[in-house]
Design a protein around this ligand. Structure first.
Ligand SMILES: NC(=O)c1ccc[n+]([C@@H]2O[C@H](COP(=O)([O-])OP(=O)(O)OC[C@H]3O[C@@H](n4cnc5c(N)ncnc54)[C@H](OP(=O)(O)O)[C@@H]3O)[C@@H](O)[C@H]2O)c1
Length: 428
């Protein structure tokens, strides 16, 4: 049987798990793919670090870049991480030296995916990155293969387990953002520095990759990104009373001739499928023609789920054939027109914390009317002890720019006690 010689570079959480998996399942993978996955080299930063894996010391490459030069290596699995530095050097050099590459690195692919895919295509090698988006949820291979027949109009969902855990725990346990974040770190659901999970950047990187695959476009930086840090317990509770949950959702959608990419906290109806996805799970909904709506959900991170995705990529290379990294040739990919969301319409939840005195509500209503935003529901929740009142307004679909203008105008009024909130609603 044919063999494919593999080097794994990066032996942290993911790299060590993948190595153990490949050793244990070598023969079954060989039978399924008619080619033996043969790990012959390993590398990481610190040669002397105590690791959970056992291997022959001769396999360890002192200089990780040697993996790109060795004649006997066919495939390099990059598991270092980060868009710059060693991961970038390794992947560029590997592809230039005609090695296949498998990576779990969303930051690298979201930033340099176009350049990398051009080198891969020119040198007729594979560049696969299933594990870079939603770990064990096979969304990339689904778009590239299982759903190849479809014209995709929209992909949306929960792409970040940490933020989903935080929002669903705030709702279930009625706890504050900081209390829940502390617990998430203790349980290992949030990293010690969870910045990119909480500010939406992690979802944005994944979404850029999916957008390119859905619309045969080059990667595009025009994406609206908001995180979950501003969401407080009161928002969660008011949303609940109104029949919604708050989720950090990512959307890529084609409306008319325009593509919108956006990541923001969203009110979604309690009865919807996405609202039922709690904890660290991810869920992706794909809307295409002729298939209609498909949903894939599962573990979005962690060594086991990520290894499942890496093995899918490695198997694809074991089976042979050179595939285009972004589904079609770079010559066929387009620079499409991506629109700012300011011109798109949304229903929205707006919350104002104001001084409880006559005239405030009518002033707010006037500002809505002057900006052509019509009110669908209004809840007033006075707090007699504090002399304040929470005003929650649900709007009919309105231009995003008008909704933001209202927030800015009202924030400047003397009766406002706290920064006002705007959370878009998913009407579907
Ligand atoms: N963790 C997850 O749940 C998850 C899920 C999906 C995707 N990913 C992606 O998978 C990749 C790996 O993540 P991870 O959690 O396994 O990270 P990790 O535990 O921090 O491991 C990183 C590895 O890279 C090695 N490394 C760092 N600098 C290096 C250098 N200059 N030269 C050679 N090796 C170097 C480290 O070596 P030492 O061991 O010697 O320090 C370590 O083995 C990242 O791209 C991440 O975004 C992770």
């Amino acid at each position: 049987m044919k063999k494919l010689n593999i080097a794994i570079v990066g032996l942290g959480n993911i790299g060590s798990y993948l190595f153990k998996y490949l050793i244990k399942n070598k023969m079954i993978l060989a039978k399924k793919n008619n080619c033996i996955p043969n790990v012959i080299y390993l590398s990481a930063k610190n040669k002397n670090r105590k690791r959970k894996i056992k291997f022959n010391k001769k396999m360890f490459l002192n200089n990780y870049l040697d993996a790109t030069k060795k004649e006997d290596i066919d495939l390099i699995v990059e598991l270092i991480g980060g868009a710059e530095g060693p991961a970038k050097k390794l992947v560029f050099k590997a592809l230039k030296n005609k090695k296949h590459v498998v990576t779990a690195n969303k930051a690298l692919i979201a930033k340099y995916g176009d350049q990398l895919s051009k080198i891969a295509e020119k040198n007729r090698v594979n560049l696969e990155f299933e594990a870079s988006v939603c770990g064990g949820v096979p969304i990339i291979r689904s778009l590239k293969e299982g759903l190849i027949a479809n014209k995709i109009n929209k992909v949306f969902g929960i792409f970040n387990g940490t933020s989903n855990y935080i929002l669903s725990s705030m709702e279930k346990e009625n706890k504050s953002f900081n209390e829940v974040l502390h617990k998430a770190k203790k349980l290992g659901y949030a990293e010690s520095n969870p910045k990119s999970d909480l500010n939406g950047e992690d979802v944005a990187a994944k979404l850029k990759i999916l957008t390119s695959l859905c619309f045969n476009s080059f990667l595009n930086k025009n994406i609206h990104v908001e995180g979950i840090k501003e969401i407080d317990k009161d928002d969660i509770n008011y949303a609940k009373k109104l029949g919604y949950k708050i989720k950090l959702l990512g959307y890529t959608e084609l409306i008319g001739k325009h593509i919108y990419q956006r990541v923001h906290p969203t009110l979604i109806k309690n009865s919807s499928h996405v609202a039922s996805i709690d904890g660290v799970l991810n869920a992706v909904i794909i809307d295409g023609i002729p298939v209609g709506k498909s949903i894939i959900q599962g573990e979005g991170a962690g060594p086991a789920a990520t290894t499942s995705a890496l093995i899918s990529d490695i198997s694809s290379i074991l089976r042979g054939n050179i595939k285009f990294p972004f589904s079609i040739s770079n010559k066929e990919r387009k620079n499409l027109n991506f629109k700012q969301i300011s011109g798109r319409s949304f229903s929205a939840y707006l919350r104002f914390e104001v001084v409880d005195k006559p005239g405030v509500l009518s002033n707010i209503a006037q500002i809505f009317s002057k900006n052509n935003v019509s009110i669908k529901r209004l809840v007033q929740d006075p707090n007699k002890n504090k002399g304040s009142s929470s005003i929650i307004i649900i709007t009919h679909p309105s231009k995003d720019s008008s909704l933001n203008r209202i927030i800015n105008i009202i924030n400047n009024r003397s009766y406002v006690k706290k920064k006002s909130k705007l959370i878009r609603i998913d009407d579907n």
